[in-house]
Design a protein around this ligand. Structure first.
Ligand code: SAH
Ligand code: SF4
Ligand code: F3S
Length: 470
């Protein structure tokens, strides 16, 4: 499966920006004050992509709104990871019938992972005539050109052909926050876990050049961002396609060397490629947060094999032990799938016991959802949805109990947190995160947002800690 890393030429991006400028000029001539809405589903990668969509839209002269009736352009950036995500998208796109009726000139675009699947692009073409533009993740870099075609020709545009993907540098970005920032370091996935749609819709693994990543990190630090999350479906395989001698741990070290007070986070790590070097780098780099999101998916070796995860329970536990030995304060979170095809009581009991053994700080749990075209969707599955729900509930209960216990152990301790926003509530008006990423509610001056503060933890529950500034 040879993949030649494809790069979109910088002139191509400049051409897209020239299209943005000409759209902006035209809208200005019309005296319009156009508004756009970008609605995002799915993971942080999609959040990061939406920041690019907003970057382009801002260059076209659009302001932003959350009111779908006020928007001249609506972009729905979709997720395909589970059926539930797709159902929500389809329901919400269907509801745009009303907004389009009220504002017939409204342009509706649907992009992202869901429409990169042929059957979904077809479904939208046939059953959602209000949608003017459909484009997959690989076409995002040429969103201005696609939108211009819709505007000028007044016809529907579909751009979601099969594609391995490329790397495009220089797309303008409009970031959502001022304190925390996403920084994509790579795109795509080569792992083909048997349940997962991501490799089919996001293309092959491809890394950004280390100098491009570091330059963006420098810009973020200079702009005052204090919490930078490096993004990739499997950050541990960063650089493998580049052959430039820089692996993920080296990249962390390079970013850690940027002067300034900030935190480096990353997600997601695949246990197959988590190395001792990575854990040592985390432990040694002062700015690297002691948080590891290491999705285990299952505690049963039989199921892990069927999932094509390339590690077993013993190896996973050994990695956790190693990481904790180097970082006793390490916060560990995970993802778990319940009800993979054929998962028995015994398999599930293995998952429960693994969770008891590791004691994750937080767990993201999902009921298996068959995805069209993946190997697992063709596997025999004698168990009912009700069986799976029972297991899911048991796992959630365990996860909540452990999170609650872990949180209670913080009470009375004083920790350094990064204040990142307002909650809208009176008593605990500020939110913040510990180095390990746990949520801490505080009372204090909103001027603290974007600053580190020492807080004493006074109470806690399953989901959060509550603290007082000291
Ligand atoms: N690249 C990341 C995860 C991306 S998807 C990784 O490998 O860890 C996020 C999570 O969704 C996965 O970790 C998995 O737990 C869950 N997931 C993926 N496909 C799923 C499916 N078909 N059904 C249920 N959960 C799924
Ligand atoms: Fe999906 Fe596995 Fe790739 Fe994660 S590593 S995106 S779960 S195929
Ligand atoms: Fe969903 Fe695509 Fe992310 S399928 S989880 S938005 S990579």
């Amino acid at each position: 499966m040879a993949y030649i890393r494809k790069v979109i030429a910088p002139e191509e991006i400049r051409r897209q920006e020239a299209i943005c400028a000409s759209i902006a000029a035209r809208l200005r001539e019309q005296g319009a004050r156009p508004l756009a809405m970008v609605d995002t589903y799915g993971c942080q990668q999609n959040e990061a992509d939406s920041e690019k969509l907003r970057g382009y839209l801002a260059e076209m002269g659009y302001g932003f709104t959350n009111d779908e009736f006020a928007a001249d352009v609506i972009v729905v950036n979709t997720c395909a990871v589970r059926e539930h995500a797709e159902m929500r998208v389809l329901g919400n796109v269907g509801a745009l019938n009303h907004t389009k009726k009220a504002r017939p000139s409204q342009i509706i675009a649907v992009c992202g992972c869901m429409v990169q699947q042929e059957h979904m692009a077809e479904k939208i073409k046939k059953s959602y005539p209000i949608v003017d533009l459909v484009f997959g993740p690989h076409e995002l870099w040429r969103f201005p050109e696609l939108l211009e075609t819709v505007m000028e020709k007044g016809k529907r545009v579909f751009a979601a052909d099969k594609n391995d993907g490329a790397v495009a540098e220089g797309i303008p970005l409009r970031r959502d926050g001022k304190v925390k920032a996403w920084l994509s370091i790579m795109y795509g996935c080569n792992n083909f876990c048997t349940y997962c749609i991501v490799p089919y819709v996001r293309g092959r693994e491809r890394s950004r050049l280390p100098e491009d990543v570091v330059a963006e990190a420098r810009e973020l630090v200079a702009a005052g961002y204090k919490d930078i999350t490096l993004l990739g479906q499997n950050v541990n395989s960063y650089g493998k396609d580049l052959d430039c001698g820089v692996d993920f741990a080296d990249l962390i070290r390079m970013i850690d060397a940027i002067p300034g007070e900030f935190l480096i986070r990353f997600m997601t790590s695949h246990p197959r490629d988590a190395t001792d070097k990575l854990f040592e780098t985390m432990a040694n780099c002062r700015k690297c947060a002691h948080h590891l999101h290491l999705p285990v998916q299952s505690g049963s070796d039989r199921i892990l094999k069927l999932m094509n995860r390339h590690y077993d329970r013993a190896r996973y536990l050994a990695e956790i032990e190693k990481a904790r030995a180097l970082m006793p304060d390490l916060v560990i979170t995970t993802d778990i799938i319940v009800g993979f095809p054929g998962e028995t009581e015994e398999d599930f009991a293995e998952t429960l016991s693994l969770c008891e053994e590791v004691r994750f700080d937080a767990m993201f749990t999902f009921i298996y959802s068959p995805r069209v075209g993946t190997p697992a969707a063709k596997m025999d599955d004698p168990y009912t949805r009700a069986d799976k729900q029972k297991h899911f509930d048991a796992l959630t209960e365990l996860a909540n109990r452990i999170s609650g216990e872990k949180h209670a152990a913080y009470e009375g301790r004083t920790l350094r947190v990064l204040v990142d926003g307002e909650t809208g509530r009176e008593e605990y008006n500020l939110s913040s995160r510990t180095n390990g990423g746990r949520l801490v509610h505080l009372h204090g001056d909103p001027a603290l947002i974007g600053h580190f503060a020492d807080v004493k933890i006074v109470s806690s529950n399953t989901w959060a800690l509550y603290g007082e500034i000291v």
